[in-house]
Design a protein around this ligand. Structure first.
Ligand code: PMP
Length: 363
């Protein structure tokens, strides 16, 4: 057998209905209008400044991109108060998680992953033949940092945290995070995925970029796919001490981030107005959802992101199918053992209205 021993642990990335591009969803459902609320995409679309910069970059398709993306590294460094050498680009945050795993994990290493969190941490752990150790959530579905500490052994190599967390939308309170980092042994890499950082408006939220200066075992991941709305371009970045960044450069493919994406990302960082407009639309939609769930008597988690996790009190597969019949695609959280919960991405007001109308009809 030619394939690696880890193969049986790996799940192929097969697209289910909720993972399809919207045009394919329309085909699959035989509908002209479909509301895709399953991917936490920004309904506003990217900054016009980013689109213009990307169109200009298209004129140089014959040239390789900057391998390290120095101009963008410097700009991110300025914005985040770190040096360019503390930043590294990747083909989406997904690739950054994979690169971290490829750089630091060896077979049999233990990797602690909160039970209800982003799936790529588990996939990357399995890919390296390392051993996932699941850590339970708090009763309220917040990330339980004490439970993680209890699971650290001499074999622990990495802890993956997502803050704010996907799919719960909740934040790890700043004081808990501070106390946690003090207790984690310095040979354990703490990866903090802040894909939803720019949406995180909870006063308890604190970005871990500030910890990068004091802890050489802290690595922060960000993306341009969410508030900056460049998901199709595939670009993300990591922030850490130079030693970590250098190590990842050894593993990174030479031209992993294309020049169109680099140009768009750079321009999007200069459009504060686009970011505030995206936040405004998001807060409006989140309020609509909160009011709807209150009206329907459904429990939902306080979200600091562009999605809301709701307990429908009914079978989530049934709810997913019924919503799909109405042309609304959400994320079914049954795979996490949350068999009555859905994750609903926040769209434009009319998308929220369509979701609300469908929910009222179904119930
Ligand atoms: N991390 C988290 C927590 C996410 O939700 C996502 C997107 N679903 C990613 C990483 C991957 O984002 P990207 O598009 O940058 O690969």
């Amino acid at each position: 057998n030619m394939v690696r021993k880890v193969y049986p642990n790996l799940m192929p990335y097969v697209c289910q209905l909720a993972d399809l591009p919207i045009e394919e969803m329309k085909q699959a459902l035989g509908k002209e209008q479909v509301y895709k609320l399953s991917f936490n995409e920004n309904p506003l679309g990217p900054s016009p400044k980013a689109v213009k910069a990307m169109q200009e970059a298209l004129l140089q398709l014959n040239l390789y991109p900057s391998s390290t993306g120095d101009a963008l590294l410097a700009r991110i460094g300025d914005k985040e108060g770190v040096e360019a050498k503390n930043v590294i680009l990747s083909n989406g945050a997904d690739e950054m998680i994979i690169l971290v795993a490829q750089t630091f994990l060896e077979p049999e290493d233990e990797v602690i992953i909160p039970e209800v969190s982003f799936v790529q941490y588990l996939a990357s752990t399995h890919m390296m033949g390392a051993k996932p150790v699941f850590s339970p959530m708090k009763e309220d579905l917040g990330v339980d940092l004490d439970a993680i500490i209890e699971r650290i052994t001499p074999a622990t190599k990495t802890v993956f945290l997502c803050n704010p967390n996907n799919p719960t939308g909740t934040v790890i309170p700043a004081d808990e995070l501070r106390a946690f980092l003090k207790r984690v042994p310095e040979n354990v890499l703490v990866v903090i995925d802040e894909a939803y950082h720019e949406y995180a408006d909870d006063p308890e939220y604190l970005s871990s970029v500030e910890f990068v200066k004091t802890y050489k075992n802290v690595f922060v991941i960000r993306t341009f796919s969410k508030i900056y709305s460049l998901a199709a371009a595939r670009i993300g970045y990591g922030i850490g001490q130079e030693e970590l960044i250098e190590a990842i450069h050894h593993v990174r493919p030479p031209f992993n981030v294309n020049s169109i994406a680099q140009a768009g990302a750079l321009a999007s960082l200069d459009d504060e107005q686009h970011v505030s407009e995206s936040r405004r639309i998001n807060q409006f939609g989140r309020k609509l959802l909160a009011e709807l769930f209150d009206e329907l008597g459904m429990k939902y988690l306080k979200s600091a992101t562009n999605f809301v996790c709701v307990d429908t009190g009914r079978d989530s597969g049934y709810m997913f199918d019924q919503l799909a019949k109405h042309g609304v695609i959400v994320r079914n959280l049954a795979g996490y053992g949350m068999t009555t919960s859905l994750r609903v991405s926040i769209g434009q007001p009319e998308e929220m209205q369509a979701f609300a109308a469908a929910m009222r009809e179904i119930l």
